[in-house]
Design a protein around this ligand. Structure first.
Ligand SMILES: C[S@@+](CC[C@H](N)C(=O)[O-])C[C@H]1O[C@@H](n2cnc3c(N)ncnc32)[C@H](O)[C@@H]1O
Length: 251
């Protein structure tokens, strides 16, 4: 009897992933997701999925449903993001974080650790300043402590800067998409997590093969799939995608 009670208090990781899947599909989740997405856009905090080739897919809405569902199902916590750009995904994460937790946002913008060429505008300082100021104001409003780190994820990891005194329940990897970069991020952030957490992997598609390689490596051992979605753009043959995984609590 006691054993049964203990099992029902700590659901196995697969059951927890299924709970998140059910929550994603709930009408109330969609309503909340729509509201936080609208608020983000009103604040000018835009995802690169909104800006990409002038074609808007369902991806930002699907991402919003996922983070709302996680906030309802997982224990309290904040979030970590590598790759911030114009703040569209950070804004959704901040709105779903538990008050008095942290949102850690890592991006080198125009510093030498920028992994992309100057075709995307990721390196521009004027929009970066605006983004950081808007994210700080949104975090202040939601009682979340916003911690921007203007550096590459590898520098952050080497300096072991994740020392925040509150739990994290979402990690969004959307910075460098190489096999080595994503592997290093998975290893480091997973080692630091204590409770169950959802790891969201952006650009998990044929355009960024390093991402899939990292997910095939031991760095991803024990992750339970929640979703893997794909989105087509009119002028690109192969779809772009993202996936989400449940990381079990440390035993
Ligand atoms: C795809 S965009 C992020 C988009 C954002 N998450 C969204 O959905 O709107 C990629 C970002 O990764 C950042 N980046 C580039 N190199 C990086 C690195 N080494 N570590 C972390 N972020 C990096 C870029 O500056 C850029 O802002």
């Amino acid at each position: 009897m006691e054993e049964n009670q203990a099992m029902s208090e700590t659901p196995p990781v697969v059951a927890l992933a299924e709970e998140v899947q059910r929550a994603i599909a709930a009408h109330s989740t969609k309503k909340e997701a729509s509201a936080i997405l609208t608020r983000s856009r009103e604040l000018g905090l835009i995802s690169d999925w909104d800006l990409w080739m002038g074609h808007v897919t369902e991806k930002p809405f699907d991402f919003a449903c996922l983070v709302v569902a996680v906030a309802h199902i997982l224990p309290p916590g904040g979030s970590i993001e590598t790759g911030v750009f114009r703040g569209g995904t950070s804004a959704l994460l901040i709105q779903c974080a538990t008050p008095e937790t942290f949102h850690v946002a890592i991006d080198p913008f125009g510093l030498p650790s920028q992994s992309y060429g100057p075709t995307h505008g990721y390196e521009l300082w004027a929009p970066m300043r605006t983004t950081i100021a808007r994210l700080a104001a949104l975090s202040e409003h939601n009682s979340v402590t916003f911690c921007p780190y203007v550096m590459g994820a590898r520098e952050f990891i080497r300096a072991d800067l994740l020392q925040h005194p509150a739990p994290f329940r979402i990690v969004h990897l959307d910075g460098e998409h190489s096999n080595e970069g994503v592997t290093e991020e998975l290893q480091y952030f997973r080692r630091k997590l204590r409770g169950p957490a959802v790891i969201i992997i952006d650009d998990h598609d044929e355009h960024s093969p390093g991402v899939a390689s990292a997910l095939d490596s031991p760095a991803a051992n024990g992750l339970v799939p929640i979703l893997h979605r794909f989105y087509l753009y009119p002028t690109v043959e192969r779809p772009f995608g993202f996936s989400a995984w449940l990381h079990p609590a440390a035993s």
